[in-house]
Design a protein around this ligand. Structure first.
Ligand code: SF4
Length: 451
């Protein structure tokens, strides 16, 4: 069940009213308009799922959607969308409408609620596990109960031996632990492990044994080989009790947290890791939102982008503020252009989507050029964007070629607009160079976002 569904919303309003949790003017107003919200919510969600585009015309009509505090900050709609950008304008208005509802949930139902994150603050105090641990021993929250109901349903449907939970950000950490806790309590035979961006950066020196009340294993960095070795171990018929050779894996042994990295096998090469498989994801149910009326910003939340990487790691690997000692930055390994475009074709077939976000640390210009030529050679119609360094190799000609292949945007780190500081952080670019390169992109009609 989605949080944003008539039936769920009805329960939210009832819970807030029964428990007397509606205090601010803002939430009182939303509650007063509850019939309007209930009447419009399912249509708005269907629209944001990409169905019923004609609904945009209604959404853009004055007073069709109930409006609360989020609409006070409405940008200049004509500047942002013109008079014809009806679809995007409606998406933006529908997003503000959902954000109003989200404010209501935060104030009246569960203060940890967020659109794409939950209890993020608890994940940010990672130095100490105490606060998170305490919260995990409090009663389930309203949102926990929804999450765990879905989890339970999926576990009964699939009866897994092993559940791997990927935790990319602090905003996923609490729920990951809640899910692991639920599995340990109700399905103690299931093995649970954690991997992903959060442990890769924040749990490299985990030593708190309480973490392993929830998870049996934590693996770091590239997951393929650590998971394969763990899989062989978990599934082996004759367990001897001794731990076999593992790769970058934490576990609890004799009451101590131990790091196992004894396997001599090398990680899988990028050429051998295969194409991501999205077939089990409910892609049709995802919503596209436009939180800020800025075309570049909306790329992160609007539309469904197939995710790929052109290269593992960063070819520069020198910036002083960056985690350059970690494998996911340090080990640079590009994928051949032909193979990449093969993977793009496979993903288009699998998902029906021809948009790609290359989630590189910094995509190399030479490889971007080779990929662009391959796309053009195969006459593929695709739309793509990626993260880059503002290299002087991005000449006007190269930018035009990238545009011709479907590149619509790039983002890159400027970090600071001072040559003195850029030198000190070893960024390898100058302000003048960034200005020239961003101009080349802009003149080729490729949007630029600088961090
Ligand atoms: S270019 Fe980006 S990824 Fe590469 S070292 Fe610098 S900050 Fe790190």
């Amino acid at each position: 069940m989605s949080y944003f569904q008539r039936i769920a919303l009805k329960k939210f309003f009832k819970y807030a009213n029964d428990n007397n949790t509606i205090h601010s003017d803002n939430c009182n107003r939303i509650y007063a308009l509850k019939e309007d919200y209930l009447q419009t919510i399912d249509g708005v969600i269907r629209f944001l799922q990409g169905n019923n585009p004609t609904f945009a015309r209604q959404i853009c009509t004055d007073n069709f959607l109930p409006e609360d505090a989020r609409f006070d900050q409405l940008d200049d709609m004509d500047w942002a969308f013109g008079s014809m950008g009806m679809l995007d304008k409606a998406k933006h208005l529908a997003t503000l409408y959902l954000e109003d509802l989200s404010d209501f949930i935060i104030e009246c139902i569960d203060p940890n609620f967020g659109f794409s994150r939950y209890a993020e603050r608890l994940g940010q105090s990672a130095n100490s596990f105490d606060e998170l641990y305490d919260n995990l021993h409090k009663d389930l929250t309203y949102i926990d109960r929804i999450t765990l109901k879905i989890l339970d349903h999926r576990l009964q449907e699939t009866t897994p031996k092993w559940v791997c939970i990927s935790v990319p950000f602090p905003g996923n950490l609490y729920s990951a632990f809640r899910c692991a806790q639920f599995i340990k309590q109700n399905y103690p035979q299931i093995v649970i492990s954690m991997g992903g961006g959060f442990p890769n950066t924040e749990l490299r020196s985990v030593s708190d044994t309480r973490v392993f009340d929830f998870f049996d294993y934590i693996t770091l960095d590239d997951g393929e080989l650590p998971i394969e070795l763990l899989y062989n171990f978990i599934c082996s018929e004759k367990k001897t009790g001794t731990i076999p050779e593992l790769k970058r894996t934490f576990l609890l042994q004799n009451g101590q947290v131990v790091y196992h990295n004894t396997s001599k096998r090398s990680d899988y090469k990028q050429a051998d890791v295969g194409t991501p498989d999205y077939s089990d994801l409910l892609l049709k149910k995802y919503i596209s939102v436009i939180e800020i009326a800025n075309p570049m910003h909306s790329l992160w939340s609007d539309g469904r982008w197939n995710k790929l990487t052109m290269a593992h790691g960063c070819y520069w690997g020198k910036c002083t503020f960056c985690d350059i000692s970690l494998d996911y930055i340090k080990i640079y390994e590009p994928v051949a252009a032909k193979l990449l475009v093969d993977r793009m074709e496979t993903l288009i077939e699998q998902t029906g989507e021809n948009g790609f976000h290359f989630v590189d640390e910094a995509a190399p210009p030479a490889l971007m050029k080779a990929v662009a030529l391959e796309i053009i050679k195969r006459k593929l119609v695709v739309t793509w964007w990626t993260n880059i360094r503002f290299e002087k190799n991005f000449t006007k000609d190269l930018c035009l070629l990238l545009k011709a292949s479907g590149c619509i945007a790039v983002s890159g780190g400027l970090e600071v607009a001072s040559d003195r500081l850029l030198k000190l952080i070893d960024k390898g670019v100058t302000v003048a160079q960034v200005a020239q390169v961003t101009r080349n992109f802009t003149e080729a009609n490729i949007m630029v976002h600088a961090y």
